[in-house]
Write a protein of this length. Structure first.
Length: 153
C-alpha cells in the first residue's frame, strides 16, 4: 500500500512494507546547502520533528504522527540531476542506463523498471543483427531513450 500526497513544492509518501513496518519520505524544495546550513541535527528526532511541524504546518496534523514515533530514522537526501540541455557524442564502448541517463525522482515508483527497460533495450540492440557495428547499436538505444546523443563530433 502506498500513499502519495503532494502540495506546492512539498510531498509526503508512505509505503507499508511486507513485514508491517512503514517507511515514509518527505520532499521539499530548499536552498542547495540547506542540509549543512539549517542547523538541524538529523540524528536528533525531536529537532527533526520541530522542523517538520513548522515546515509542513499547512498539512493536516495527523501527518505529525509520522515524525513523533519512537522508532524513526531520518536521512536527508539532497537530489541533483544533470543539466537537461546536455548532449554527447555516442561512444563505441560506453553508455548510460537507469538513473544516470534519466531524470528520475526516487518517489516516482518507476526508476527500477526504467533502469531494467534500458538494460533490456540496450541488450536487444547489441545482440540483434540490425546494426552494422556496436557504436550504431548504442546510438540507436541512446537516441530512443535519452534523445540526447549523436554520432560524430
Ligand atoms: C529512497 C528511494 C526510494 C525509491 N523507491 C523506488 C520505488 O519504490 N520504485 C522504483 O521503481 N524506484 C524507486 N527508487 C528509484 C530506484 O532505486 C532507482 O531508479 C534505481 O535504483 C536506478 O537503478 P540504477 O541501476 O540506474 O542506479 P543505482 O541503483 O543507483 O545503481 C548504481 C550503482 O552504481 C554504484 N556506483 C556509483 N558510483 C560508482 C563508481 N564510481 N564506481 C563503481 N560503482 C559505482 C552505486 O553504488 C550503485 O550500486 C527509489 C530511490 C530512492 C533513493
Amino acid at each position: 500500500m502506498k500513499v502519495f500526497a503532494f502540495r506546492i513544492e512539498q510531498s509526503i509518501i508512505l509505503s507499508a512494507k511486507g513485514e508491517e513496518s512503514l517507511s515514509f519520505y518527505t520532499g521539499c524544495k530548499v536552498s542547495e546547502n540547506w542540509v549543512q546550513d539549517c542547523g538541524i541535527d538529523f540524528n536528533d528526532k525531536q529537532q527533526v520533528f520541530e522542523w517538520f511541524k513548522i515546515a509542513f504546518s499547512p498539512w493536516i496534523t495527523q501527518r505529525q504522527e509520522l515524525f513523533s514515533g519512537n522508532i524513526i530514522w531520518c536521512i536527508p537526501c539532497p537530489q541533483y540531476h544533470f543539466p537537461l540541455h546536455q548532449t554527447w557524442p555516442t561512444l563505441p564502448n560506453l553508455t548510460l542506463l537507469g538513473d544516470a541517463s534519466h531524470r528520475m525522482p526516487p518517489y516516482a515508483g518507476e526508476g527500477v523498471n526504467q533502469a531494467m527497460q534500458d538494460a533490456f533495450e540496450l541488450a536487444e540492440n547489441l545482440t540483434n543483427d540490425g546494426f552494422p557495428d556496436i557504436q550504431t547499436a548504442i546510438a540507436h538505444y541512446e537516441k530512443k531513450n535519452t534523445g540526447k546523443s549523436f554520432i560524430g563530433n
